[in-house]
Design a protein around this ligand. Structure first.
Ligand code: PEP
Ligand code: MG
Length: 573
């Protein structure tokens, strides 16, 4: 029996078997070879193994997620059975007398240079992303390395990894995963957000998880504590028995809280707080309805792009946004425009590699650089707005001019839609995400132009405290309850109210039980959270007294440290 610790990223308790996920390194020794025939045969076999692998994945995805997802792999399959591609590679083996791995790499390098010289258009980017995937797959097969993919994760697994990218989890067979344990990552990393929305317990920052665990070993994961996650590997009978009792109690309490889901989120002295949910897909919207969701405060559109191998066109996006609008009507749906960069990569749109991506091309900066893509998204959103209560919101804004530019592009899109005779709503409200310190300091000006603001505390915390949200080395500096962050929230809410606008929170802080009383006291009008947190939020708010919350908020604003704030809130509420 061994014990590990980390941070709770998604609450829950589960028992399962370890599934160690690691991406193998694809290394080979270049050099001259004697028998070119053998190399040719190895290459042919690697091509056909790759094709077979891809067709298995394609049919698996079509079955579990629908034909649309299966088609993602069609382009790659075509490459894996491309006679020319194979022949060109064999020719290099013959000419250079090199191993198949070396020949394949040379061909790949040639193609990538070609794509790069063709310019940065979406089509080229997609082709290159497909080619890179196929190349890695063929190379892995040549090297005889087994594929480790989360698509094939067995039932009852607790996935353990050094790190998990959003694209890894997009491939994950979610029905088979009970929990997630990762050595890297912070509590507001996107893996944490995804785990929360799937209702899967997750622990991050668990040092040595991969070296301590063995494949298929029994694992007990407890993330029910608000901060600390505990992991037990290979438990003895006594530990297992006490763990299972705790798990049953925890699940019973969750079922009881669920009974609150349709009650009004109003304090004892009559202050109403709007509660909304954060989603990234229609599946999440549907499951959100079961937890009492009445509106969407954050629709993260990048997850729709993430599941797609090619850039979704206007029609595809429109159908997605319209479905969300219709299913939620008359409740509002705040659609956030594409927020890629930072730790969010989408394979259908590759961004340049940067040394410091969280301070790089992210959010609205990407949209303003690739305007056609942005306009396509805005057109789709405006068309969907005709079918419900849709608002649009821009991420990572740091200057009033960025918001104004975005509005200009909206105006251009309106002109086009009008000329084309499309059905659309041009009066949709446009808001700003407050997630940079600059945006906080400019909220008095921004809320003169924008219709609302929603505070992205996940990013705001990292930028205010200069502590990377996914870097476990600085996770102790990433303080969600920092007095500096609360002061930023106060300033934002006050400035918004002075201009007659509402201020919401759509970062993870908004759904945290310990934070809710002080957020209400600070005058935050709307809290948007993971749907599974809604019933508990309702029950907390119904026990609060607004006046008391205001006094508590004042007290918190005078405190010096996060510990002091947490201790105070824990003892008071
Ligand atoms: C945030 O930064 O708080 C936020 C809601 O956006 P994301 O987590 O998607 O970056
Ligand atoms: Mg953000």
């Amino acid at each position: 029996m061994r014990f590990l610790e980390g941070k709770s990223a998604s609450a829950g308790i589960c028992r399962g078997t370890a599934y160690l996920f690691s991406v193998p390194e694809l290394k080979f020794e270049p050099g001259v070879i004697e028998d070119t025939d053998i190399e040719g045969q190895r290459l042919e076999k690697a091509f056909s193994d790759t094709f077979n692998e891809l067709s298995l994945i394609k049919s698996g995805l079509s079955e579990s997620l629908g034909e649309e997802y299966g088609h993602i792999f069609r382009a790659q399959m075509t490459m894996a059975e491309d006679e020319e591609f194979l022949k060109d590679t064999v020719d290099i083996i013959l000419e250079e007398k090199c191993c198949a791995e070396q020949a394949l790499t040379a061909i790949y390098d040639g193609y990538s240079e070609l794509f790069a010289s063709l310019g940065e258009d979406d089509y080229n980017r997609q082709r290159l992303a497909d080619l890179t995937d196929v190349f890695k797959r063929i190379l892995r097969n040549l090297l005889g390395i087994q594929e480790v993919s989360l698509a094939g994760v067995p039932k009852g697994s607790i996935v353990m990894a050094e790190d998990l990218l959003p694209s890894d989890t997009a491939m994950m067979n979610r029905n088979n995963v009970l929990g997630i344990i990762s050595e890297k990552g912070g509590v507001t990393s996107h893996v944490a957000i995804l785990a929360k929305s799937l209702g899967i317990p997750a622990a991050v920052g668990v040092a040595n998880a991969m070296s301590e665990a063995d494949q298929a070993m029994e694992v007990l994961l407890d993330t029910s504590d608000f901060e600390k996650a505990s992991v037990c590997l290979n438990p003895d009978n006594e530990k297992r028995a006490s763990f299972l009792t705790k798990m049953e109690d925890y699940n019973r309490r969750k079922r009881e809280i669920l009974l609150n889901k349709d009650l009004e989120p109003v304090t004892l002295d009559g202050k109403k707080v709007e509660l909304s949910i954060n989603i990234g897909s229609i599946e999440e919207l549907e499951s959100g309805l079961e937890f009492g969701a009445k509106s969407i405060g954050l629709l993260r559109t990048e997850f729709f792009f993430l599941g797609s191998q090619s850039l979704p066109d206007e029609e595809k996006q429109f159908r997605f946004y319209r479905t969300a609008a219709e299913k939620m009507a008359p409740g509002m749906v705040v659609i956030r425009t594409l927020d890629i960069g930072g730790d969010k990569e989408v394979s259908c749109f590759s961004l340049p590699k940067e040394d410091n991506p969280f301070l790089g091309l992210r959010g609205i900066r990407v949209s303003l650089k690739y305007r056609d893509m942005f306009k396509t998204q805005l057109r789709a959103i405006m068309r969907a707005a005709a079918y419900g209560n849709v608002k649009v919101m821009f991420p990572m804004v740091a200057d009033v001019s960025e918001f104004l530019l975005a509005k200009e592009i909206i105006a251009e899109a309106v002109g086009e839609l009008k000329a084309e005779g499309e059905v659309y709503d041009s009066d949709l409200e446009a808001g700003v995400m407050v997630e940079t310190p600059a945006a906080v300091l400019l909220t008095d000006l921004l809320t003169r132009k924008a219709d609302f603001v929603s505070i992205g505390t996940n990013d705001l915390t990292q930028y205010v405290l200069c502590a990377d949200r996914i870097n476990e080395n600085v996770s102790s500096y990433y303080r969600l309850f920092s007095p500096a962050v609360f002061r930023a929230l106060k300033m934002t809410a006050e400035n918004a109210h002075q201009n007659g606008r509402w201020a919401g929170i759509c970062g993870e802080l908004g759904g945290m039980s310990l934070a809710i009383p002080v957020l209400v006291g600070l005058g935050i009008d709307e809290l948007s959270m993971n749907a599974r947190q809604l019933p508990e939020a309702v029950s907390i708010i119904r026990k609060l007294n607004y006046e008391e919350c205001r006094l508590a908020a004042d007290k918190v604003l005078s405190m010096e440290t996060e510990e002091e704030i947490k201790d105070y809130l824990q003892s008071k509420f």
